[in-house]
Design a protein around this ligand. Sequence first.
Ligand SMILES: *[C@@H]1O[C@H](CO)[C@@H](O)[C@H](O)[C@H]1NC(C)=O
Ligand SMILES: *[C@@H]1O[C@H](CO)[C@@H](O)[C@H](O)[C@H]1NC(C)=O
Length: 545
Amino acid sequence: MMSRTLILSFLVWNLVFISGPCSPILTHAAGGGQWKLLKQNIGITAMHMQLLKNDRVVIFDRTDFGLSNISLPNGKCRNNPMELVVEYDCTAHSVEYDVLADSIRPLMVQTNVWCSSGSVSPDGRLIQTGGFNDGERAVRIFRPCSTCDWEENVYGLMVPRWYATNHILPDGRVIVIGGRQQFNYEFYPKSKLYSLPFLFQTYDPRIENNLYPFVHLNVDGNLFIFSNNRAILFDYKRNLVVRTYPQIPGGDPRSFPSSGSSVLLPLKNLQQSSIEAEVLVCGGAPNGSYVQAENGKFLKALNTCGRIKITDVSPKWSMETMPLARVMGDMTLLPNGHVLIINGASEGTAAWELGRNPVLNPVIYRPDNSYGSRFEVQNPSSIPRMYHSSAILLRDGRILVAGSNPHVSYEFTGVLFPTELRLEAFSPSYLDSGFSNLRPKIISPASQAKVKYGERLVVRFSVLGALSEKRVVVTMVAPSFATHSFSMNQRLLVLGGGKAISISKSTYEVEVTMPNSGSLAPSGYYLLYVVHQDIPSVGIWIQIQ
Ligand SMILES: *[C@@H]1O[C@H](CO)[C@@H](O)[C@H](O)[C@H]1NC(C)=O
Ligand SMILES: *[C@@H]1O[C@H](CO)[C@@H](O)[C@H](O)[C@H]1NC(C)=O
């Protein structure tokens, strides 16, 4: 019998160019995974998305796109003299998607949430910050409950934050970094403003390129901050640059609006005294792409990824070539530790009207495969997901994909890439029914279990077919705040495995040790998975504290 890896390697892909009148669409045959249209119309575009612990996804775009296609609840209207487009607005600019019920509920934001940022607090509330105009200093809280709505404090931030990046910290606070013309950072709850000259050093006066910096919490508690084409390791407590990483080879910009994306690769061997951490940065737009695009010339996006061991004392970038060039892609960690690269375009750049040639095929990156055999092209969607689209992992292992509106207002007709209100899910091939005999099912603990740092956790699960006990791992994933091609707070920890014991027919137990510090896993809600031969179970929610 052929092994699964062997079968996958047989899935050859080839390039097909389908030429349309104004824009050739890039697609591929074969690959893996399946697409499903979940909703024809959720009323708004998914510029920002966050999954909460009740399996509901908070989605929002901006209050000044014009009238959305969904009404506010209970006949409510916003009458806001500060609003720039529609002062008296009875439409919603935020919705909640209930994954289990597959239904949409309109929500009411009071101020402009455009190009903002967020993190989830240890108790499971979404803490969203900043935006534009009357919302630029707002802190908004969204509690996970079936009737909850946004609560706002319009002066929750020290300074305006538009295109900033947030990260949840080991002490439960949120750090808010940068934003347009903000070469500094602050915290929620509000305290002081601290300067961050690195954001100015990486500022390109032509087009910025230092926005939505890629921020990852390193295992030593410092923050890895990547802006434009380079990165630092930053001690936010002492306001000190601990390490300066080399510029990414080629020197092309990777952060907004030259939007590549980035993930912290799965953290492993968590019981060792020195834990390694690696960061992957993929795609983006070459230097000068923005200026060229404004003149109608759409340069090919970057097709490279840079991978770097951020815990090394003298780290070096290792470069890899993706099968598809991509700007404005999203990178989503899958429960089995693979990385999904999805959405975006192969020409141009982020920002209004500047992207061309949607990349309809996601690509899976397998970090543990040998160099040169890590990428696999997946089956294409038929829906372009350009500027202002997003992707997040759901508890059942599907990837929720929505959004795309590269126009200043909602434009449904007569444009190259109409405003996209459709909600889709991508199911990686691990969800194929052919793998049902391999797929674990978690029996205990029950979802929403509370666990402590360093605690030994016994996970009981069933597998219908033969178990390969050496190929069982338990992972935990932090649901991320996805916007503008970056998923804030995203991290995956491999807790262990490989020693599953049989309890009764088809039932097994595996014991793992929870991470022992908030630097490895900030307190809060995570999705826990049992993964068998790369096939994940449906996840359960756990709260680590
Ligand atoms: C949404 O769009 C449909 C189709 O154009 C229209 O019939 C409906 O009235 C719109 N709803 C809202 C609330 O704008
Ligand atoms: C990008 O292009 C600008 C203008 O041509 C140039 O000044 C700058 O040095 C370039 N940056 C890199 C990293 O190549």
